[in-house]
Write a protein that binds this ligand. Structure first.
Ligand SMILES: [Zn+2]
Length: 926
């Protein structure tokens, strides 16, 4: 249909591949992509993608594609045992964040990101890592035995709720297809008991150059890199009778498939409705028609989703949330589906399903209106323009992901310029009719290829509907006579009348941090720092002392959700749904925040939409209005999530941790459905007037690519004009009620997937905010993180994740340092593992691991450069400087470089352990 539709308008043409990426193929079939890219500077990323995954497994190998992925980090030709991880850390690559992998049904991808390019030997070593991954993984019997439990622990942690339901119901969702038997996590009996040879067989059979693509992007010499690839990879042979990767088909189903899945840890009742259709053929994806199709389905789903947002906000709607997309059917790349996810209100499940299907049918019967389409198009083109204008700063890792998708799925990779030009020609030529035709085609009204899964909370004694009820609901909607959708639009500007301008009364400059400071006539302070990190980004952050402490714990019910309520409120005469419409085509966002002792508004925009951001900010301070519909939807959604939270082990554990640290202070507990019932919207708006009604105390920070004269003009118009009494009596009082000394909380919980969890938390006494304490706390936590990972995950195989993190608690007038050791554990090994937290701390106090310390320094020094080229980082630098008078930028690297083992020891002894504030929380399965 679309091919026919577009051929009227455009010549069939190939999408030209970006010429800035060098793509080549060795004789043995290995594909490579190499590109020089300068953002971020002085780093490069290395990927290897395999066109195989769990679907290539034999029955006795179920789960081994994933186990193999784990083994890639546990010994290879050039990197024995843990040497790969250790080496990469020593050149500044952070394990987990910059070094990782994933396995799915049809692909397995490994990556090393942000490798510093200053040392050429480091780049060569990374190529060697890729080579080892391609055909040099050791797969020793000992190594495999060691890793079985780690994967089993991952299963305990991940396969809960929706994942559990999918795992169980996959055969019914894929009748007659191997996909139904190849959920990537596999079978635990295979993981626990497979012979090493079974795993090796998979590796030998499928990891071959003709199934592999390597991708290297960054601040590199392309010619040299290509030469190195040829040297390293050309000798790898493909066996003569190598098995072919054959696409696994998903047969059409001529009768509808209805499935009901239940799990105790499923957080909400929901439906997944799939209307399957053929995937766009890979062989045609380099044709412009593919871009047109992709644009059309993008418009179709965008407009449907807008309608769903409106529908969900109706008081009488049985829906809480509904979203639609079009793409891969669940886990199979050979089949696509229009995919509807429906979250109904409690007790109105079938009505919810009917309502969602009705909206689909309405779109099929009547199509979309011109005004809806205009908005969707303008959102699309402004997003396209944003990418185009910032094309010089397109991120290295984003290029890498695109090349992975090109290699695996043949997704086209035109240059940003080409895509911009092409789409600007195409978009105006696609009338709404084409989208309406697509709606008719994709939204099906027959049983063919319909698959509906109901995923329900398994609550004892609770009765739900039957499959027959679902079938009847679907059939009934099909026979309904509907009316066309009416698009209500307010044709008015955001601000009909501009406020009375204020003025800038004083301007100073800070050379060290490169920002300007303005004093405004209404007492507001503004910090502004112009950067060129992103041509299309300006960030704004406005904060003031105050926050929850202005009202106190007695108002806890309102305070816990106040920032969400404010962010969901109307502005002036615009309700949330109107705002979405009036802001169509604008790249702008705004959010309220309310912490213990501070509150604020933050936002972002492009240079073009800066005035809109300023207007929204002004309205946020002066003209918040009640949007009952939006806020009711918000609260109902929260209630639904919270109603079954006792089944969510992570949430229960986290709540217990908070309760221990803050001595059961209700402000730090998780809200309950009952506490949500006590919220008064009027009172929340009254609180907002108190917090935002007088701007005198606020500091605004702008960081990004603004035009200074323009920004100043807007500041006078919209910020200096904010109502103010000149001074403010709001101060941020201490709300935190930290427990002192040793507190232990050990408890049992009934679980579907038995898994233990433990936190060991150390907290300092109150301190002064300082750069050196920040750095010492960060490094100490990272030392412990490496130790815990080594001892608990690698040596004991007791956890999928075991580590530590450090925090600087700044949300109050006093500063505290926290170090938290955390692990999700195999219950049988929990007690042994928990001892390691203390052992690790004692060992680090006695003599910090010097090798680890050096690795951490490399990681932090490299990350400092990457961070310092983002606007987000500078917002926090200016915030710290403004609040504490501490410059966390200028001497950061020097501070990191000069940390000695003795400093760490002293810090842990004199700052962290001396306080004797220590909390232990353990949750064990009943
Ligand atoms: Zn894994």
């Amino acid at each position: 249909m679309l091919l026919a539709g577009m051929s009227v308008h455009a010549q069939m043409q190939k999408i030209p591949t970006d010429e800035s990426v060098r793509i080549g193929k060795l004789d043995n079939g290995l594909t490579y992509y190499i590109r020089h890219n300068g953002y971020p500077e002085k780093v490069a990323s290395f990927y290897i993608a395999q066109k195989v995954g769990s679907v290539q497994e034999n029955e006795d190998q179920r789960g081994l594609a994933h186990l193999l992925e784990h083994m890639a980090f546990n010994g290879s030709d050039h990197f024995k045992d843990n040497a790969l991880q250790e080496y990469l850390q020593s050149i500044g690559v952070e394990y987990g964040r910059n070094l990782n992998a994933y396995t799915s049904t049809d692909q397995t991808v490994y990556y090393i990101q942000d490798v510093p390019t200053t040392r050429i030997s480091a780049l060569d070593s990374c190529l060697l890592v890729l080579k080892d991954w391609s055909n040099g993984i050791t797969l020793s019997a000992d190594g495999i035995n060691q890793e079985r439990d780690v994967v089993h622990n991952e299963y305990r942690m991940r396969i809960i709720g929706m994942q559990k339901i999918l795992e169980q119901k996959l055969p019914e969702l894929y009748p007659g297809s191997l996909y139904g038997q190849r959920f990537p996590i596999g079978l635990m009996k295979v993981i626990d008991g497979c012979s090493p040879e079974t795993l090796r067989a998979y590796y030998r059979k499928w990891y071959r150059p003709d199934n592999q693509g390597i991708i290297i992007v960054g601040d590199i010499d392309v010619d040299r890199t290509e030469q190195k690839i040829k040297e390293l990879f050309s000798d790898i042979k493909v066996p003569a009778n190598a098995a072919k990767v054959v696409p696994v088909e998903v047969p059409d189903n001529y009768e509808a498939i209805y499935v009901i899945g239940k799990d105790k840890e499923q957080p909400a009742n929901l439906f997944l409705v799939n209307m399957k259709h053929d995937a766009f053929p890979d062989s045609l994806k380099n044709d412009v028609s593919y871009m047109i199709m992709d644009f059309a389905r993008n418009m179709l789903t965008k407009m449907l989703n807008e309608r769903f947002v409106e529908e969900c906000q109706k008081a009488e709607s049985p829906l809480l949330q509904t979203a639609v997309s079009d793409g891969m059917y669940l886990i199979s790349r050979t089949k696509d589906a229009l995919y509807l996810q429906v979250v109904p209100k409690e007790g109105q499940e079938l009505e919810g399903l009917a309502t969602a299907l009705r909206e689909l049918k309405r779109a099929k019967d009547f199509g979309f209106t011109d005004t809806e389409y205009e908005r969707a198009k303008s959102n699309y083109t402004s997003q396209l323009e944003k990418i185009y204008n910032n094309r010089e700063k397109y991120k290295t890792n984003d290029y890498c992901s695109q090349y992975v998708q090109n290699f695996i799925n043949l997704e086209p990779i035109p240059s940003i310029e080409t895509e911009y030009t092409l789409m600007n020609q195409i978009v105006p030529m696609i009338p709404v009719n084409i989208i309406n035709m697509m709606a008719k085609e994709l939204i099906s009204d027959t049983d063919t290829n319909l698959v509906v899964l109901a995923a329900l909370k398994d609550i004892e004694g609770k009765k739900y509907f039957t499959i027959d009820d679902m079938r009847k609901t679907v059939a009934a909607v099909r026979t309904e006579k509907l009316e066309a959708f009416v698009d209500n639009v307010i044709q008015e500007p955001l601000m009909a009348q501009l406020p009375q301008k204020g003025s800038i009364v004083k301007e100073t400059e800070n050379a060290a941090l490169g920002y300007k400071e303005l004093q405004l006539s209404n007492g507001v302070k503004v910090l502004m720092k112009k950067t060129d990190f992103n041509a299309e980004e300006i960030l704004m952050n406005a904060t003031s002392a105050g926050g929850a402490s202005v009202f106190g714990t007695s108002e806890v019910d309102n305070l816990q959700v106040a920032s969400y309520i404010l962010s969901s409120s109307g502005m002036g005469k615009f309700m949330q749904t109107d705002l979405k419409k009036v802001l169509a085509g604008k790249q702008v966002s705004i959010n309220f925040s309310l912490d213990n002792s501070r509150h604020g508004i933050s936002g972002s925009s492009t240079p073009k939409d800066l005035e809109t951001l300023m207007q929204l900010t002004h309205l946020g301070f002066t003209n918040l209005t009640k949007d009952e519909k939006a806020v009711n939807t918000l609260i109902s959604t929260l209630k639904m999530v919270l109603s079954n939270i006792s089944a969510n082990n992570d949430a229960v554990f986290e709540d217990s941790v908070q309760s221990v640290i803050y001595k059961n202070n209700p402000l730090f507990r998780t809200p309950t459905p009952e506490s949500l019932d006590r919220i008064s919207y009027d009172r929340v708006l009254e609180m907002a007037r108190k917090l935002y009604g007088n701007a005198a105390n606020f500091t605004f920070t702008f960081v990004g690519n603004y035009d200074e004269a323009v920004l100043k003009q807007f500041i006078e118009q919209y910020i200096a004009s904010l109502p103010s009494k000149g001074t403010s009596d709001l101060t941020g009082k201490e709300m935190r009620t930290f427990a002192k000394g040793l507190v232990v909380n050990k408890f049992d919980k009934k679980m579907e997937n038995p898994q233990a969890q433990a936190n060991e938390i150390w907290r300092s006494n109150a301190l002064k905010y300082s750069l050196s304490n920040n750095v010492l706390n960060d490094i100490s936590s990272r030392l412990l993180d490496m130790t815990y990972n080594r001892e608990i995950r690698e040596r004991l195989s007791a956890a999928y994740h075991a580590g530590a993190k450090g925090e600087v608690e700044t949300d109050g007038p006093e500063i505290f340092m926290l170090i938290t050791g955390n692990a999700q554990l195999n219950p049988e090994k929990a007690q042994e593992a928990i001892k390691e937290f203390h052992k690790g701390m004692d060992a680090t106090v006695a003599s910090p691991n010097v090798e680890d310390l050096n690795k951490i320094k490399q990681i932090l020094l490299k990350q400092a450069d990457v961070d310092a080229s983002t606007n987000r980082y500078w917002i926090s630098v200016l915030d710290r400087w403004n609040r504490f008078g501490v410059d966390i930028y200028t001497n950061y690297k020097k501070t990191v470089e000069t940390v000695t083992p003795k400093d760490i020891s002293n810090y842990l002894k004199k700052v962290i352990l001396k306080s004797r504030n220590h909390y232990e929380v353990e949750m064990m399965p009943q």
